[in-house]
Every structure is written in structure tokens, then in C-alpha cells.
Ligand binder design. Sequence first.
Ligand SMILES: [Fe+2]
Length: 400
Amino acid sequence: MFALKRFIHNLVIVIGKSLSVLVPMKVPITFVGADSTAQLCQAIGQTGTKKLLLVTDAVLVKLGIVERVTGALGAAGVEWCVYDGVEPDPTFAQVQEGVQRLRSEGCDAVLAVGGGSSMDASKLIAAIATNDKPLAKLEGLFKLRKPTVPLYALPTTAGTGSEATMVAVVSDPAAMAKKFFIDPKLFPSMTALDASLMTGLPPAMTAATGMDALTHAIESYLSVSATEETEKLSAAAVKMVFNNLPTAYATGDDMKARSAMALASFYAGVAFTRASVGYVHAIAHQLGAYYKTPHGLANAIVLPRVLEFSKGPAVDRLAQLADVIGIEGANPTEKADRFIEAVKALGAEVGIPVRLDSLKRADITPIAKRALSEAHANYPVPRYMGLDDCEKLLGSMLSA
Ligand SMILES: [Fe+2]
């Protein structure tokens, strides 16, 4: 039975890989650097936008980040209004509220200002604006008939990479599940990587989002769907995270480290859009749905465990990543082991716990089943995981 399931998974991945070359991949026009927010706003001003809906959260309003952006929009001659109702793990209701705001204000474009939650909510607000359908009907792959209204993204965290992807994830609290929306029409058309918007991010969020970027980079590098192009982007992102996350965590206003992390997150986002992610994300999504564990934190706790599990067939790939970050070893196995140790050490350095306090023993089997069902339908992982292995992996995360 196990062999049959593994065979079906491999078949799904081969078919998916063949079909994926037919999906148009888009990289947004990207402004980089201290002046990039103003440049993005100027560029939006030249598109003929009548009124822009700025989608964000109340914390960024309070911190004055939104005011900086609206100032730049005003200077660029763009009329705007703000929807600041997005919360972590946005829900269908918040997306719907945003759509109502867009319609009542007569907006014809959307700018996301925030982390993954605001960017994902923005994608769906922009999608419903033209594809007049309930959100539930747009769930899944390639459900959008019409292009979204023009969509722009201004990330204020370095991790999700959502500014570079065609994915939006929204929570359905009633079903304790995350819902996925994947369509090339969800790529933002322009973005700005402005590290000056990220210097106020608290250390714990810097750590969690940065480990999310690292997970995208590693999972896309290990993916059997990786291409020469995605490998280069993933490897560059791995190196930048190792070299810069500890500084961004300890010294939040270090612009050099923040800029490198913003770029790493973007590179990893472009890479996993083509090469996909793996079991770390499949498991972390369930932890988010069950316990509201922040996505990056869940990834960071799960990541070394999945790397240990994947090591057999992925040993050479892990050894290559050891080379990327300058770790030496006598042979590929030793290098792979040292790379996994380096991932653990990086997590420890930025305050990531080894275990997940909220995880309950009774939830392990349903979480493992859901995670495997997500992974085996979607992710081109290097080693197939059975239920026993997934349960054991989750068991090792229980608090003593
Ligand atoms: Fe992620």
C-alpha cells in the first residue's frame, strides 16, 4: 500500500512538473533600496489609477508606516483610501470587508502594505473585484477567469516572499484549515523592497519571517522540480539568510542586513513559485490552522526535522548547501549533517524554540494526515513520508 501511494505521488509530481512549464511565471517590476517606496508610488501614479485601495493592518497604521506610504502616494498624485482590517492569518470575512471598501470607495487598484497576511488578503480583494464570485468558489488552482484589478505589493517583513508569488493563503477558522488560491493572475505587477520599512520589526517577528524565507529557499533547492534558475536563486537566498538574519535580529536598524534579508525573501519567493515547497510547509500550515502558530515559527521548528528525514536521497543537495555557506566536511554525508546542525544553530541564535508548547499529543495523527494529504497532492519532495514517520516527527516536537 505504501509503495502504491508513493508511486501515485511520484506520478502526480512528474505530471505536475511537465504541466508547470505551461504556467506563465511572472516576476514583478521591482524597485530596490531606500528610495524604492517613492519610486513604486511614482510608477503607480503613471498607470492612470483613479483611486488606490491601500490594504494593511492596524499596527502599521499605528507605527506610522502607512502614513509614510500615503505621503509618497500623495506626492505622486495618487488618490487613495485605507483598509486596515487585516489581521494575522486573515479570514474570508476580512477579505470580504476589503472588497466592500474597494467598491464603496470606487477604487480601481490595490496596494498591499504589510507582511504575508496583508499581501495575501490584497491578492484576493483584487481578484474578487473583477471575478465577482464568493471567495470559496475561487479556492484552488487556476480558478480566476479575469485578471485582477492592478495589484502592487510593498512588503514590510522579509520572509513570506508573497510579493513575488501567485499564491494567497487565507484561514477558514470554522474548518480549522488554511485555504489556498493559486493562479498566475495573482502575481503583483510591481513591488518595492524598501528595508527602511522593516527596521521596526520586533526581533521575534524578524526571526520567524527570516526562517520562513530560509525554509522557502531550502525546500525549493531540495525540490525535484528545481531548475538551474531556481537553484541559483535558492542558493543565494540561503547564503544571504545565514549571513544576515542574526544581525537583523540583534540590531534591527542595520540597513545592510535588512536589505539583504528583503532580497533573500524575494529570491526565495521567485524560486519556490517554480520549484514549490515541501513537508515543512505542509506540516507548518496545519500547526497554523490548529494553534495559530505563526507560519515562520512553525516552519523554523519543523525544518531541521524534515531535513534529517530527507537526508538519504537529498544528501548531495544538502552537502551543496553546506558549500554555499562555507561549511566543510570530509564527505557529502558529513557536510549534510553539518548543514542541518547549522540550521539548528541559526534557529537557536535567533530565539527559535526546539519544541512547540501548544502541540497536543491527541492532535498528532489528524495533523499528520492533513499534512501528508497536502504534501502528496502538491509538493515535489525528495523523499516520500509515510504516516508513521510524520507522527514520529511531530511527536519529537511535543514539550517534555
Ligand atoms: Fe512560507
